[in-house]
Design a protein around this ligand. Structure first.
Ligand code: DGT
Ligand code: CA
Ligand code: CA
Length: 576
């Protein structure tokens, strides 16, 4: 389906028109059309072919023609004309935190700024400061934002990495000469962001694998093309390395290329003490004038000959791994949480706020995933941009949930809410309303610029409210836009643990918040966790796997996570 591509194109047009300073009607038309196509369950190509584009709300004749042109030719003349006037690089400027289309228009209109470099220059040489309404604080925020964006471009988020890796792996798996293929590196260790992708394969015809790999449609440039090793850059500008090795060495190579570097060094030290040597070909016993291979085929036997327990990839980091190998008192390898333990989740949205699917549709997806329960937690009233639910609509939502539940025996829909914590730490619904939800999630969506003390106080206040069960995305991370808040995390953890509040691991790929290092730290404070997806569409519930990776990297077992329990156990665990 081309829906997403078309929606993106229309949204880009809307933004560029806004920067150009077109009239508001025209701009809104593009945004609205983009939104409605993104939310369409049908293939827009089919709708277009059947001449039904006009039936989609917000799509008039002009936009319908443009969609038709793009579907037929893969191009849009109007877009080419527009970007000749307002270059596409302006879209990068709009994406800088605190900038947006209005400021981009101002900078473009008054200073002819079209690139991030030009904006940085104008911010530092004093030209921005001369524009109307631009304060020093605005300029500081923009410079900080440019730094965050630059950092975000160095690494890719896990969602993007997952998409690229699964496509390439699926393509290569189809070759009959490929016997095994795995993604190694930081991706296999479950990291929240990935520098590049490292693939490893066993194949009877390595040259054929290299030929197909370097010729994949997603490849934009081939950086190296060897007999058993190649590197490419994809169209999204992500580097992917692929190595083909013998079956005899597959386990050793997987171990080596999974890393981390720190972990590999540790293994080498341990091997050395036992008169052994580790490299990507195997584990060897060092003899007087020769060496003997002890293991290499599987990772498991490599660990075994080193006298070590199998260490799951997520734990092969500096954080924690040193303790696993402590000589006097090695820490036991924990039983980590697994995806199959998840019995439901608490943070998904429906059409009651800014979700694209109805409660019933979200519930169907949850059942498909084998869940026993699902809390539908829409935004609260103050979050207007996300159509927060006003009090009158809460009754309607409750009735709808009750009606759906009477038809079910083994699945329960819960009435939740994602309630705004305002800039003073007050919640957006009063206690009477809050007491009527089955589960209450508190969250911050505004006032990110506050001081560390203020932000800490807001989170702590929310924990102390007698109805709050969960703090959503506790550190406000937004990939490429916002770094974690600078809060007193220890204090937040204490407040959560003391008030029986669960900290969320938000699995949405641009959030991944808490991240694994904060999970690891919070667990030591006795904090309990919940893994949610923050789904705004049914298919977003598949993001659960990203949250599981973070939980595993943070050393969490099944018992540390609320949504591994049955609903009955959950109800008891939520009592404050
Ligand atoms: P990334 O790509 O920055 O997210 O992180 P990694 O861990 O995937 O790092 P990468 O792609 O440079 O290398 C993949 C693995 O290969 C790494 O985790 C361990 C192994 N490796 C790479 N270079 C070295 C090295 O110089 N020494 C050792 N012992 N291992 C290495
Ligand atoms: Ca890598
Ligand atoms: Ca690499």
């Amino acid at each position: 389906m081309k829906n997403k591509e078309i929606a993106d194109l229309l949204k880009r047009m809307g933004t560029l028109l806004e920067i150009k300073g077109e009239n508001a009607f025209k701009i809104r038309a593009y945004y609205k059309a983009a939104d409605n196509i993104a939310g369409l369950s049908e293939d827009v190509a089919v709708v277009s072919e059947e001449g039904r584009l006009g039936e989609i709300p917000g799509i008039g004749k002009t936009i319908a023609e443009k969609i038709g042109e793009w579907l037929a030719t893969g191009q849009l003349k109007a877009y080419g004309k527009l970007t000749a006037e307002v270059p596409e690089t302006l879209l990068e400027i709009v994406d800088i935190p605190t900038v947006g289309p209005k400021k981009a228009h101002l900078f473009f209109d008054k200073l002819k700024i079209t690139t991030i470099d030009q904006l940085r220059a104008a911010a530092t040489d004093g030209r921005l400061a001369q524009l109307p309404g631009v304060q020093q604080k605005t300029i500081d925020n923009i410079l900080h934002g440019i730094g965050v964006v630059a950092k975000g471009m160095e690494r890719i988020n896990r969602g993007t990495a997952d998409q690229i890796a699964s496509e390439i792996v699926a393509d290569l798996r189809q070759l009959s000469c490929v016997r095994k293929i795995d993604v190694a590196g930081s991706f296999r260790r479950g990291r929240e962001t990935v520098g590049d992708l490292d693939l490893l394969a066993e194949a009877t015809d390595p040259a054929e694998v290299m030929r197909v790999f370097t010729g994949l449609p997603t490849v934009a440039a081939v950086q190296a093309h060897g007999d058993t090793k190649s590197s490419v850059r994809t169209r999204q500008n992500v580097q992917v390395d692929l190595r083909v090795v013998d079956g005899e060495s597959y386990g050793a190579a997987l171990l080596y290329f999974t890393g981390s570097k720190y972990f590999n060094i540790k293994l080498r030290q341990i091997a050395k003490k036992g008169g052994m040597k580790v490299n990507e070909y195997g584990i060897f016993k060092e003899l007087k004038n020769s060496e003997r291979k002890l293991a290499g085929q599987t990772e498991k036997e490599c660990f075994a000959v080193l006298g070590l327990p199998f260490v799951p990839p997520e734990l092969r980091e500096e954080m924690g791994a040193a303790e696993l190998f402590d000589e006097d008192q090695p820490r036991r390898v924990p039983d980590l949480i697994e995806q199959r333990h998840i019995k439901g989740e608490f943070h998904v949205h429906s059409t009651y706020s800014d979700g694209k699917n109805t409660i019933a549709e979200m519930a169907d997806k949850a059942k498909e995933l084998g869940y026993h329960y699902l809390a539908v937690s829409d935004h609260s009233q103050a979050l207007r941009v996300a159509h927060g639910v006003v009090e009158a609509d809460l009754k309607r939502k409750r009735r709808e949930i009750d009606a759906l539940n009477t038809k079910e025996k083994s699945f329960g829909i819960l009435m939740g809410s994602e309630v705004e914590i305002d800039t003073n730490g007050k919640l957006d619904y009063n206690d009477r309303i809050l007491s009527e939800f089955d589960v209450v999630i508190a969250a911050i969506h505004s006032g990110f610029q506050q001081t560390s003390q203020q932000l800490t106080k807001r989170l702590v206040n929310a924990c102390r409210n007698k109805h709050v069960n969960i703090i959503a995305h506790p550190l406000g991370v937004h990939f490429g836009k916002r770094e974690p808040y600078d809060v007193d995390f220890d204090e937040v953890c204490r407040a959560a643990a003391d008030n029986n509040v669960f900290l969320e691991i938000n699995s949405f790929p641009i959030r991944l918040d808490l991240d694994s290092s904060h999970v690891y730290a919070a667990r030591r404070h006795g904090v309990k966790f919940v893994i949610n997806t923050d789904a705004h569409r049914a298919e977003h519930m598949d993001y659960m796997k990203f949250g599981i990776s973070i939980a595993r990297r943070g050393w969490l077992g099944k018992a540390d996570v609320l949504n591994t329990r049955t609903w009955k156990q959950v109800a008891a665990a939520l009592k404050k």
